[in-house]
Design a protein around this ligand. Structure first.
Ligand SMILES: Cc1ncc(COP(=O)(O)O)c(C=O)c1O
Length: 418
């Protein structure tokens, strides 16, 4: 379904291939007027149609009532599911809305009847909250958490070693994060998925940083469950995410531990029946304005094109890395052959917050990561903190150069103060 929300964009097919197209996308992004936003891995800047979809709905709720407004926008609400299904190459019935990626992830975990001694096989670069959830499952149910080893030089997980662990340990769950929060590493999630399919293992993928940055095809990845937020590279609103649930998982009757009147029918006093679709992972209450904002954001991303986005966005990050590599006192921390648009580095002579504040003062949005966010990765790299800069397709080469110049100036100051 083409949304009228993209009417503000010119009709050319490849917006990202011309300066005029990029200018149109920037003009459609209010935040571009006031900041150099290099914190898309935290939260992307929303485009105007996303803002409009949300504010219009809040207005309608105020005018006619909340339940009445969601009923009036039923077609657009359903497009939340259809748009994400289009994004992932699946059906609308395989998508559940969630308040965050972590909400989606813990709902998915809660559907697995872990027993003492079950193995969760994961990687050293899975997201902090996922690692904490695995440890919580270990504490409560006595599961064993096994981390597959990495290839040398931090080039990501060793898939052969992980596959060997799959065969010998027969994990109850295999879990991998596509792009971790703490570096630009891209993990080979489809290769892992091939082994899971071959062995019939349940496979959960965290695609929080990759959705909106790369084309994602759940069949190609071979996952059973996939989670993401809408607020990062998809440029949706805060407080939104989703869970993909495969037909196999639905057919086999997986359901979240706590399922409510939306996810299940109370068919008789002593029994309930989960609904057939991924809606069994949802609850009765939805933030409808947010949901509509997400649908607008996903349609927008599809209009801009995930293939062109996946070429431009990591290329802007690569340009930034090239600049930073030449700055004395800066150590780049990203590994792997084709890193994503998360540029991480440490700087000599600075404490984390003053360094970030100095960039804030120059109108550059950035984020900090700490050892606690990535115990294995930062331990291996021997860093306590780093700065993360994450451009998106609507950023410009000039902005990249300006940010690199700001880092160079601050790094020079840091070296003088040492
Ligand atoms: C890789 C990854 N997974 C999961 C999350 C958690 O997302 P949320 O804050 O929506 O729960 C993040 C957030 O930064 C992330 O980077």
């Amino acid at each position: 379904m083409r949304q009228q929300s993209n009417a503000s964009l010119p009709a050319e097919e490849s917006l990202l291939e011309t300066a005029a197209g990029i200018q149109a996308l920037r003009a459609d992004t209010p935040g571009c007027e006031s900041v150099i936003h290099f914190n898309n891995a935290g939260c992307g800047l929303v485009a105007r149609p996303v803002l409009t979809a949300m504010t219009d709905h809040l207005q309608l709720e105020a005018e006619i009532g909340g339940y009445e407004a969601s009923a009036a926008r039923d077609v657009q609400v359903r497009d939340f599911y259809a748009s994400i299904a289009d994004l992932l190459g699946t059906g609308p019935g395989n998508i559940a809305f969630a308040g965050s990626a972590t909400h989606a992830y813990t709902k998915a975990l809660s559907a697995i009847d872990f027993r003492a001694g079950d193995v969760i096989l994961t990687t050293r670069n899975d997201f902090i909250s996922n690692q904490i959830a695995f440890l919580a499952l270990r504490k409560r149910f006595g599961v064993e958490v096994v981390h597959a080893p990495d290839l040398p030089d931090g080039r990501g997980v060793d898939v052969d070693a992980m596959a060997a662990l799959m065969r010998y340990r027969r994990p109850r769950l295999v879990a991998a994060t596509h792009v971790p929060t703490n570096s630009g590493l891209v993990q080979p999630v489809a290769e892992i998925g091939r082994h899971c399919r071959e062995l019939g293992l349940l496979y959960l993928v965290d695609a929080c940083q990759s959705v909106g940055q790369y084309p994602i095809d759940v069949d190609g990845i071979g996952c059973d469950l996939l989670t993401a937020t809408c607020r990062k590279f998809l440029r949706g609103p805060r407080g939104s995410g989703f869970l993909y649930v495969s037909d196999r998982v639905l057919r086999e009757g997986y359901e979240p531990l706590f399922i409510d009147m939306y996810g299940a029918r109370w068919v008789e006093p002593e029994a309930y029946r989960p609904v057939d679709s991924a809606a069994r992972f949802e609850e009765w209450e939805f933030p409808y304005a947010t949901l509509l904002g997400c649908a607008a954001a996903v349609r927008y991303a599809l209009r801009v094109g995930l293939e062109p986005i996946s070429r431009r966005t990591p290329a802007l990050a690569a340009r930034l890395r090239d600049h930073l590599a030449g700055i004395p006192g800066v150590r780049l921390l990203d590994r792997g052959p084709a890193p994503a648009a998360l540029v991480t580095f440490e700087v000599e002579g600075w404490q984390p917050q003053p360094f970030k504040t100095a960039l804030d003062e120059r109108g550059v949005n950035s984020a900090l990561s700490f050892r606690e966010f990535a115990q294995y990765d930062f331990g291996d790299k021997d860093v306590d903190w780093c700065l993360r800069l994450s451009p998106h397709y609507y950023n410009t080469e000039d902005e990249v150069d300006t940010v690199a110049a700001a880092v160079a100036e601050l790094a020079e100051r840091g070296r003088r103060n040492r």
